[in-house]
Write a protein that binds this ligand. Sequence first.
Ligand code: HEC
Ligand code: HEC
Length: 306
Amino acid sequence: MLKYLIICVCIVSFASEPISPIPKTVEYNKAKALLGKKLFYDTLLSKNNTISCVTCHNLRSGGADSRKVSRGVDGRLGNIQAPTVYNARYNFKQFWNGRAANLKEQAEGPLKNPNELGMSPQLIEKRLNASKTYKKLFYQVYHSSRITFNEAIDAIVEFEKALITPNAKFDRYLRGETTLNSDEQEGYRLFKQYGCITCHNGINIGGNSFQEMGTFFSYHTNASYPDRADVLKNKKYHNVFKVPTLRNIALTSPYFHDGSAKTLLKAVKAVSHYNLGIEMPLDDAQKIVAFLKTLTGEKPKIVKNP
Ligand code: HEC
Ligand code: HEC
């Protein structure tokens, strides 16, 4: 009886919070995900066999790129900072400008993008079918004698579904398993009080709405990246982006779509200026950073195990 009561209290206690914890485990097809993992790390997926998904999405760190903009095949520069692939399954849309509805649509992007992997579906099928190892592995999973582009995408997406980072200190706090220290606690309170929470909330602390960067003071950048205005062909949405997740944010510097903020403190101060119209006192910003650091989760087993 007591056990039920405790479970009940826990559910009620985090149900009243605007942020919910990442589940400790998620369902996915393990055979497909392991095949997807192999593809994610394989340079065979790039035009000149030099880079793979992991080149720009460092899974040993925060799943993002530590460079301001990524470099694709032949050293070609991209036009935007690579966000994390961890917990991407919880984003309502993919890409900064939300032009992909889901992970499947997203994965086709870098493969075909001449500034990223620079491939075509035909070339991918040709390469995979020429590999004895892949022929065998795909047969075991998909039972087809000829590997298709769609199967490769399907496997990569299944791997991405497994990329969750559970048990962050903050999630354990929400579940009543640990306490926050006074700076972290105060940082969380300020995060809610200043209104960060209006845009960064839910399971991914972001990833569930489009918002303007510069709701108070307009944001200027040299980045030539298509924003929501370009996607929707409507100038009203200038500088509107998908609100990024703040999970594992301590590991994904530099920040913003143009990589303009190097440290978390600078990012917090900048976003307070542009999106809340305030110059946040340093002490408050530091406490918010302390809170943000509790959002670093554990790497999923599929990444930890070789
Ligand atoms: C050359 C670097 C590069 C490579 C290689 C690359 N990506 Fe990315 N990835 C990016 C960049 C840059 C973005 C952001 C692009 C945008 O928003 O328009 C991105 C965005 C994403 C997102 C969306 C995340 C979000 O929050 O919107 C996912 C998921 C993703 N990539 C997965 C992959 C997969 C899977 C592969 C391999 C098939 C891959 N990436 C290869 C640079 C790269
Ligand atoms: C009006 C909605 C809104 C509010 C309020 C808001 N943000 Fe954001 N935040 C965004 C958007 C949109 C971006 C992406 C902007 C860009 O890249 O140009 C962002 C980006 C960030 C980033 C960088 C994330 C990354 O991966 O690069 C951090 C850190 C951040 N916000 C923290 C905060 C904090 C702390 C507060 C409160 C002081 C706050 N935000 C308030 C919408 C908001």
